[in-house]
Every structure is written in C-alpha cells, then in structure tokens.
Design a protein. Structure first.
Length: 194
C-alpha cells in the first residue's frame, strides 16, 4: 500500500496547530485539498486505462484490501503502542484523513483492473482488518493485500492451479500511473498463465 502520502505535523500536540499534508510532492493545508488531489490523481490514472476488447479469462477475480476504517483503526493502534497514550482529537482527525487517502490510493488498483477488463468480473472486498487471506476456486482467482506490521505490507495472488504466491509487480515508477500500469501488467500475466 506504499503510496506517496506523507504528513508533516509540527508540534501536533499543541491546540490550534496547522497540519500540512504532502501528496505527490505537493503540499496541502486542508483535508479537502488533500482529498481533491488524491481523487484527481486517481481519476486521471483510471481514465488513461484502455480496456481490453474481451476478457483474457472467463474467471472472476476477488480483490481484497483493508477498508478505510481498518486502516484508521490500525493507525490508532500503532500510535497508542508507540506513544503509550491515546491520540488527541487533532491526531485522530489526521489519521482518519491519511487512512482515507491511503484507501483511495490502494483502491485505484481495483478501479484500473475493473476498467481494463482482464477478468470476466472483479469483486472488491473491503476487509475489516489489515490481515486477510482468500482462497481461490476453479473459477475464481484472488488478489489481496495484508500488512502484519508497519512497512511490512505484501500483495498475494492465489489461483486454484498455482496456489498462493507473493504478487510482485514493477514498482519502480515514480508516478501513480506507472505503478498502476505495472500492477495491471502483472495481473494480465497471472490471468493468462492458467
């Protein structure tokens, strides 16, 4: 779920402090501006996807990622473990905003796959935890993201024939569009492999 979202918080514990978000190298001074930037970026990436004339496989793909609420809950949990205290209302608001942006920045992969039309259908499952596992069936492949610890997130792909495996894709691009294209290309390879 590595995205280009950073947060800069100067003396966040003080009341009235300003929070600045940095997304794709640009700074935003409000959650509304951050959300607009994330949505504009994601929408432009999906708009650039060219759908295939027909699916590469008749199978279904289950695409599972942690929900926005799961990301937020995990951020609060990690904060409490690191700081040994509950976050302030400003800190919880920041964590909610980051969770929303991270969710949207991860869901773009689903949106791109759905538009590309590699599978006969793609179903989104929003997991209520950062950990989950989905088994494949003869007519359904699964692709899901788990994060056992901060910075230790991993995508997995599972097919009935190939079993569960780490899902690797080209992450070298410095842009969301490049990363999404690498992801889509890797899914296409998996779809035609069976």
């Amino acid at each position: 779920m590595k995205v280009t979202l950073l947060i800069i918080i100067a003396a966040l514990g003080l009341a009235g402090c300003a929070v600045n978000y940095t997304y794709n190298g640009q700074k935003y001074d409000s959650k509304e501006k951050l959300e607009a930037a994330v949505d504009a970026n994601v929408n432009s990436v999906v708009a650039a996807i060219s759908p295939l004339p027909a699916p590469l496989t008749s199978k279904k793909l289950i695409f599972a990622i942690p929900s926005e609420q799961a990301i937020y809950a995990e951020n609060v949990h990690r904060f409490v473990n690191a700081q040994n205290r509950q976050p302030t209302s400003m800190q919880t608001e920041v964590m909610a905003n980051i969770g929303r942006a991270n969710f949207r920045s991860t869901k773009v992969f689903f949106d791109a796959l759905q538009k590309k039309h590699i599978y006969a259908s793609v179903q989104l499952i929003e997991m209520e935890t950062m950990m989950g596992s989905y088994a494949a069936s003869p007519d359904t492949d699964t692709l899901y993201y788990t994060e056992a610890a901060q910075g230790a997130g991993q995508w997995f792909f599972s097919s009935f024939k190939g079993g569960k495996q780490v899902f690797a894709y080209d992450r070298s691009s410095g842009t969301t569009a490049g990363k999404v294209q690498g992801f889509v290309d890797a899914v296409q390879v998996q779809a035609i492999r069976d």
